[in-house]
Design a protein around this ligand. Structure first.
Ligand SMILES: Cc1ncc(COP(=O)(O)O)c(C=O)c1O
Length: 325
């Protein structure tokens, strides 16, 4: 490894043990691998303090309940392990950077060639850090200039088949739709329609629009009910905005004043066009700006300025073209 790209090895958590990240191993017969039945959370810190950890853990345990997964840890034990891991990894990041991680759980390892319903022995539960810096470097252009959205031919899976309220890793349709969107426009993010032709969400973010002083989210029916979406819901009244849920058609998005994505890594990102048609004047708008400012006040870190700082740092320090981590 090149000296300048060397980083302190992070610690992960796997089935009750704290281990070096490089020792994480997943069994090929893990039910999560066999049928994609992993539930998970993506959580991050702001100013090195976990953001809405309890809300994420409540959602994780709800996802497990919906799939009859017992990870063998109480919610308090999971939180404790997460906090301990943050402590152990604090030294690996710069003061202006933050930590982001996944809490993952599956029902464990199935018997080889188990035809189902995948009785497992040994559960699988792990917590692993993911490089927030790298994701913010990638997000910076969108955060500053807005991103185009393309509605791909691949649609979201209706909740009656695979409920997106359970945050799960069964995401083949998202990967396929994202590739379809990028074929149209390499900068684009995909936002998926449901069976009825209403907009749902992106492959890793909720989608919301702004119209006449209201922030409008798709109904909680066919989407992951995002924690960041809850941040937006909480901030809206203080900014004189109503927060409503409604069925959103592509027409509503095209004729909105503003639109944005909401997700844990970056908070909110302006969407400036949909299928090639500009939203509003085609530039990031004042409501998204005011949400970001209000959020920054609350958590003590401005997510866009943080993304700028991290990007600048890597442009300054890293060999040309190298990835941040
Ligand atoms: C499909 C999907 N929708 C929405 C979100 C946003 O959820 P949150 O705000 O809890 O990060 C995510 C986050 O990864 C996601 O994967």
């Amino acid at each position: 490894m090149n000296e300048t790209t060397e980083t302190t090895e992070r610690t992960a958590f796997f089935n009750g043990h704290f281990i070096p990240e490089s020792e994480l191993r997943l069994a090929p017969f893990d039910v999560g691998v066999r049928i994609g039945e992993f539930v998970f959370e993506t959580v991050r810190t702001y100013g090195h303090r976990p953001h809405r950890l309890r809300d994420h853990m409540v959602r994780l345990y709800a996802s497990m309940k919906a799939l009859d997964i017992d990870c063998g840890m109480s919610i308090e034990e999971m939180e404790e392990a997460t906090l301990e891991l943050i402590e152990r990894n604090r030294a690996a990041i710069e003061p202006y950077d933050d930590l982001m991680w996944n809490n993952d759980a599956s029902r464990g390892i199935a018997k080889p060639f188990d035809p189902g319903p995948y009785d497992s022995y040994e559960r699988t539960v792990f917590i692993v850090f993911i490089p927030l810096g790298a994701s913010l470097v990638d997000a910076l252009d969108g955060l500053e200039n807005g991103i185009p959205v393309v509605i791909p031919p691949t649609r979201n899976i209706p909740a009656r088949y695979l409920d997106p309220k359970m945050k799960n890793r069964n995401r083949i349709h998202y990967g396929k739709g994202m590739r379809e969107a990028k074929r149209v426009d390499p900068r684009a993010e995909a936002v998926f329609l449901d069976d009825d032709g209403y907009l749902t969400e992106g492959g890793g973010a909720n989608f919301l629009i702004v119209k006449d002083g209201a922030v409008i989210s798709p109904q909680g029916r066919n989407i992951l009910r995002g924690v960041t979406r809850e941040d937006v819901r909480d901030l809206a009244p203080g900014l004189g905005l109503e927060f409503v849920e409604a069925d959103i058609e592509p027409y509503d998005a095209m004729t909105a004043d503003e639109a944005f994505l909401a997700s844990t890594p970056f908070f909110v990102m302006p969407v400036t066009s949909i299928d090639g048609r500009p939203i509003g004047d085609g530039r990031p708008g004042p409501v998204v700006d005011s949400l970001i400012d209000a959020f920054a006040q609350q958590v003590g870190v401005h997510p866009v300025e943080q993304a700028r700082k991290i990007t600048q740092r890597y442009l300054d320090d890293r060999p040309k073209g190298s990835r941040p981590y």
